[in-house]
Design a protein around this ligand. Structure first.
Ligand code: NAP
Ligand code: MG
Length: 406
């Protein structure tokens, strides 16, 4: 076959441990034989992060702002153990946190649905993507343990005018607790923009839900900002894409989600997203079958697997033992980034290749060849358990059978 060419590069962020091993296998077996891969490579492996005092993470994030598309391998977020294990100069921050702070985006988590790995909710035949607002609310609140009777008030003092506004929160007759939390219009608006951008990119409906009937100022502000953005900036694009924006109360949303067939994006406030993303992802089966995309409000996309570096498997690998680590989410991180690159560059062959790679990956599992984590939960009575490399080669065989279609 004629190798597929690329016009513009994607930013490639290499990572750590078992996922670094999978990264190389995926590139060597599933990408490089077919695509003249154009990447701008940044090594975010912990050793290299330490060597550059974490500058490499910042450079990789800046490169993403420039090239618009990135693919990232899972990376270690160092804790005390890792500082001694790797002899680090510092306990560096989470690379994902650093990248998110620069791209200023929202993370979308999407399950990869295959036959044989059935969601716990029978009617969920299509993926449900969760978008969690990762700023403010209860994660940055201020709390007081109230020791005995007294009054709690909340006061705002303007920096710009003489305005002071105060409300009584509660008069306590005895001990209790109180919390104050905040969010900013700016952050909510960026969250809304990222959600609308992603819905258009995916051509999927966007749902948003809060408790605005009870929280008439706080949650209502989220509802209003989403609505303003939709009416002003996204309505036409939604209509053109044949998708819709749907706001409903969170309790109504939960009930509807359970009865839905999936196939939409569900935007949630910080706490709701934290809780419901764990519920939805575990109901879909496995962390190893979950992709994650960071979308910035100005249209940059960074793709990765939702799981970590699978440390336990790596230590077994280092001892020379067999591993059966699932590479599906990492493969999908690559296909997601390549598809986005293809879309931005109008590169039809690259898009067709990426779709084919996703198809044969699913087909491999659906035909019974899978890694141990899936074999444990599949409805297939006789799964064939492959090791990490065999699984990638099983995908490659199917890819080779059909590559001439491209
Ligand atoms: P993890 O790497 O997600 O693995 C936790 C467990 O989940 C594994 O031991 C394995 O279970 C199972 N698992 C996860 N992914 C799998 C896969 N692809 N195939 C098969 N099984 C899989 O989480 P962790 O062990 O808590 O974290 C390890 C490192 O990853 C940490 O240093 C953490 O900082 C980092 N991390 C990075 C990211 C990121 O870069 N986005 C996210 C999370 C964590 P069994 O052992 O039962 O087989
Ligand atoms: Mg959680």
């Amino acid at each position: 076959m004629r190798k597929i060419s690329m016009k513009n590069p994607i930013v490639e962020m290499d990572g750590d441990e078992m996922t670094r091993i999978l990264w190389k296998l995926i590139k060597d077996e599933l990408l490089l034989p077919y695509v003249n891969l154009k990447t701008e490579y940044y090594d975010l492996g912990l050793k290299h992060r330490d060597k550059t005092s974490d500058e490499v993470t910042i450079e990789a994030a800046r490169a993403t702002l420039k090239h618009k598309v990135a693919v990232k391998c899972a990376t270690i977020t160092p804790n005390r153990d890792r500082v001694s294990e790797y002899g680090l100069k510092h306990m560096y921050k989470s690379p994902n946190g650093t990248i998110r702070a620069i791209l200023d985006g929202t993370v979308f988590r999407e399950p990869i649905v295959v036959k044989g790995i059935e969601p716990v909710v029978r009617n969920w035949t299509k993926p449900i993507t969760i978008a969690r607002h990762a700023y403010g609310d209860v994660y940055k609140d201020s709390e007081i343990r109230i020791p005995n009777s007294g009054t709690v008030s909340m006061t705002y003092t303007s920096d710009e005018t003489d305005d002071v506004e105060s409300v009584k929160v509660f008069h306590f007759d005895g001990p209790g607790v109180v919390l104050g939390m905040y969010n900013t219009d700016e952050s909510i608006r960026k969250f809304a923009k990222s959600c609308f951008e992603y819905a258009i990119a995916k051509k999927e409906d966007l749902w948003f839900s809060t408790k605005d009937t009870i929280s008439k100022t706080y949650d209502h502000r989220f509802k209003d900002i989403f609505n303003e953005e939709y009416e002003l900036n996204y309505k036409a694009a939604f209509e053109k894409a044949g998708i819709f924006y749907f706001y409903t109360l969170i309790d109504d949303a939960v009930a509807r989600v359970m009865k839905s067939e999936g196939g939409f994006i569900w935007a949630l406030k910080n706490y709701d997203g934290d809780v419901l993303s764990d519920m939805v992802s575990s109901a879909f089966g496995s962390l190893a079958m979950m992709t994650s995309v960071l979308v910035s409000p100005n249209g940059c996309f960074e793709y990765e697997a939702a799981h970590g570096t699978v440390q336990k498997h790596y230590y077994r690998h280092l001892k020379g033992e067999q591993t059966s680590t699932n590479s599906v989410a990492t493969i999908y991180a690559w296909t997601g980034a390549l598809k986005k690159r293809a879309e931005l560059d109008g590169n039809d062959r690259l898009a067709a290749f990426s779709n084919l790679l996703e198809e044969v990956t699913k087909q491999t599992i659906e035909e019974g060849e899978m890694t141990g984590d899936l074999a444990r939960i599949t409805s297939n009575p006789k799964p064939i358990v492959l090791n990490s490399e065999e699984f990638i080669l099983a995908i490659k065989r199917r890819l080779d059978d059909r590559i001439e279609e491209i």
